[in-house]
Design a binder for this molecule. Structure first.
Ligand code: SF4
Length: 496
């Protein structure tokens, strides 16, 4: 259904938690509402429309949203016209419960109904009635019925809504059919569905025409991508080949990979297509077979090792990162130590480490007691992080003296902070507006390592060569080199 053509001059406040998929959803919803005449505000008090784009992966993320909603309990007294909406994973999971816990909420819109938001906001404002739009529960119909109740939301893109003008996410699939026992995603995002390659290629072309240089293809299990078009089966490797030669695109990334679907054709595509980043995020989650079985991850530690060694054989310099869950029910000290062993063995570029959080509606929540005490979870989390940081710093130190092709993202965080603290600084909105002198910039290598170096902000969106001269666990510190290998930077940059 298309949104009505009403034009507003209202103010929109949106808060987003969770993954890159949520960031993309927010970008698209904001773009749709801006086309209706809304303008964004960062001050919730002056907003006519308040949206929370939510995450259900951890209990903490949900608590945060409920307490934010609680703070808005009396805000409609000051702005009777205000519409408050909850969208995304928590909306799909909690549905009517949100109205029970926060009766002042007007809209509950699941991940599969985002297209409806402009219309629902209008309707809720005009008759002050509540609106709920959610997809079928996974048990409420056949797989096809449930799948068709989750609609992928991929409207025309609004260049002004992207965090930088030359980087964009592109959704290539929605949902997940893996049903890991701790995870709510198969419920909140529905069955796995891949978008047609033709649509994706068209979107990448449009983005390139709008100035995008780097696209990140998104999917919950991105390497499970499969779509048959004109009688030909497209896997992720075929899709990468299809979009690779898009004029203007310099880099292509994709996240997040599922270990069992890391096929040789994909590794060969990463090796052979120069624009594809030499970076793979492949979550292991645990280094203990017993825990992997309990998580229903669908592989053993040896099978993960075999996949990892195939990556190393085909892509010797490719950076690999991982996710780990610590303190899942039943995780003994010995099981946890096996996860540390896997980190030592694989030497990941970085790992995202999560404390287990039982999620209602998941098998783990229903079957097993959350029996690892909070202080043990916290200790394991911190210790694992320390180990990973030590490895990252050692491996980054080995790169000192090397030169990398870096895609410049813009001014580094620390330079932005320093500029903001300087009263004389006038905020810059685009590289073209930026001052012409050197400042600290941030970019990424083809293997997704963060690099800071001094340079002209106008370099944002271009590829430069940077010689690495120092490092921390998370960042390489370098200098731009010219063709004559002369330094054009200033002093050794500080950490971003
Ligand atoms: S693969 Fe497992 S952890 Fe990842 S989204 Fe699917 S169910 Fe969740």
């Amino acid at each position: 259904m298309t949104a009505p053509e009403q034009i507003h001059n209202g103010k929109l406040y949106i808060e987003t938690v969770g993954c890159q998929m949520n960031m993309l959803d927010s970008e698209l919803v904001v773009a749709a509402l801006r086309q209706q005449g809304y303008s964004l505000t960062s001050d919730v008090k002056e907003a006519d429309t308040i949206l929370f784009n939510t995450c259900s992966v951890r209990d903490h993320a949900e608590h945060k949203i409920y307490s934010q909603l609680g703070r808005l309990k009396f805000s409609k007294r000051a702005r009777p016209n205000q519409v408050i909406g909850v969208m995304g994973c928590m909306a799909q999971k909690d549905q009517e419960l949100i109205f029970n816990r926060a009766p002042h909420v007007d809209l509950v819109v699941g991940t599969g109904q985002l297209r409806e938001i402009p219309r629902l906001v209008d309707e809720a404002r005009s008759d002050r009635g509540r609106r709920i739009a959610v997809s079928l529960d996974r048990k409420e119909g056949s797989r096809d019925e449930v799948a068709s109740s989750f609609e992928s939301y991929d409207p025309a893109r609004d260049p002004e809504m992207r965090p930088t003008p030359f980087q964009a996410f592109v959704r290539i699939m929605i949902g997940c059919d893996k049903f890991c026992t701790y995870c709510v995603v198969p419920m909140t995002r529905g069955p796995e569905q891949s978008r047609p390659p033709r649509e994706i290629a068209h979107e990448v072309k449009l983005l390139a025409q709008q100035g995008v240089k780097e696209v990140t293809l998104l999917g919950q299990t991105v390497n499970s991508y499969k779509h048959t078009q004109d009688g030909k089966l497209f896997r992720l490797s075929d899709l990468l080949e299809l979009i690779h030669d898009t004029a203007g695109i310099l880099r292509i990334k994709f996240v997040t990979n599922y270990p069992r679907d890391m096929t040789d054709d994909l590794l060969q595509a990463v090796r052979d297509l120069p624009k594809v980043a030499q970076y793979l995020h492949v979550p292991a989650q645990s280094g203990c077979d017993e825990m992997l079985k309990r998580m229903k991850r669908g592989y053993t530690v040896d099978q993960y090792r075999e996949m990892f060694s195939r990556i190393r054989q085909t892509l010797p310099t490719c950076a690999v990162s991982s996710d780990f869950i610590v303190g899942m029910c039943g995780e003994s000290e010995a099981s946890y130590q096996l996860s540390l062993d896997l980190i030592r063995e694989c030497r990941f570029k970085n790992s995202f480490i999560f404390k287990y959080s039982p999620r209602p509606g998941t098998k783990a929540h229903d079957l097993w007691e959350d029996d690892v005490p909070e202080d043990v979870k916290r200790h394991r989390n911190n210790e694992m992080l320390d180990l990973q940081n030590q490895i990252s710093e050692e491996d980054n130190a080995d790169l000192i003296g090397s030169t990398f092709e870096v895609l410049v993202e813009g001014i580094s965080k620390s330079a932005k902070k320093a500029q903001a603290a300087d009263d004389s600084f006038v905020p810059q909105h685009s590289p073209e507006d930026a001052v012409s002198g050197p400042t600290q910039l941030v970019g990424r290598t083809r293997c997704d390592r963060i690099v800071v170096f001094d340079g002209n902000p106008r370099l944002a969106g271009s590829l430069v060569e940077v010689a690495v001269q120092g490092c921390t666990a998370t960042t390489l510190l370098g200098e731009i080199v010219t063709h004559e290998r002369q330094s054009v930077g200033m002093s050794l940059p500080i950490m971003s």
